[in-house]
Design a protein around this ligand. Structure first.
Ligand SMILES: [Zn+2]
Length: 165
């Protein structure tokens, strides 16, 4: 009996993971489709990050402004967040004012003290992503996630068909 309950919980978790992966990949495809007519492409830096990987990052630099506390759970560990930037037609990254993952207030949205071109590029990325159905994070210009990310279960390395850690 307990065995079958455990089994059914695992099946539920897998169904949820597939549903969520489909939702995220559909919205990512929508963003790609919006960028294409503008001669732009997306470059993904980071997406799924199992709970163990979030702990490793947190232990290296426990900064809640730029990293989700693993005890609360990162949307990356739920498989519904993506870190990305825009590429021009030549495959060059657009200037966003800071590097990806620069843990500085200059990475926040709404900064008027990064070059105007970088402000425009951030707003362009935000416009493409939010039009495609993603929510933004005000402290990181590169981070987008599905709305209500907490609806989705946390994924640990052991849950993956091919463990990453
Ligand atoms: Zn992120």
């Amino acid at each position: 009996m307990r065995h079958s309950q455990e089994r059914s919980r695992q099946v539920q978790k897998q169904i949820e993971a597939v549903r969520k992966a489909r939702e995220a990949s559909e919205k990512l495809r929508a963003a790609v489709a919006l960028a294409r007519p503008l001669g732009l492409r997306l470059r993904i830096f980071d997406a799924l990050r199992p709970v163990e990987a979030q702990w490793a990052l947190w232990n290296a630099k426990p900064d809640p402004e730029f990293l989700a506390d693993p005890r609360r759970g990162s949307p990356h560990s739920r498989g519904v967040a993506v870190d990305l930037t825009l590429l021009d037609g030549g495959g060059r990254e657009l200037d966003m004012g800071t590097a990806f993952d620069a843990f500085t207030p200059l990475s926040h949205h709404g900064r008027t003290d990064v070059p105007a071109a970088a402000q425009r590029n951030r707003l362009l990325l935000m416009g493409l992503m939010t039009s495609a159905g993603w929510d933004f994070y005000r402290n990181e210009w590169w981070h987008y996630q599905l709305f209500d990310a907490r609806r989705y279960p946390l994924i640990s390395d052991a849950d993956l068909a091919r463990p990453m850690m």
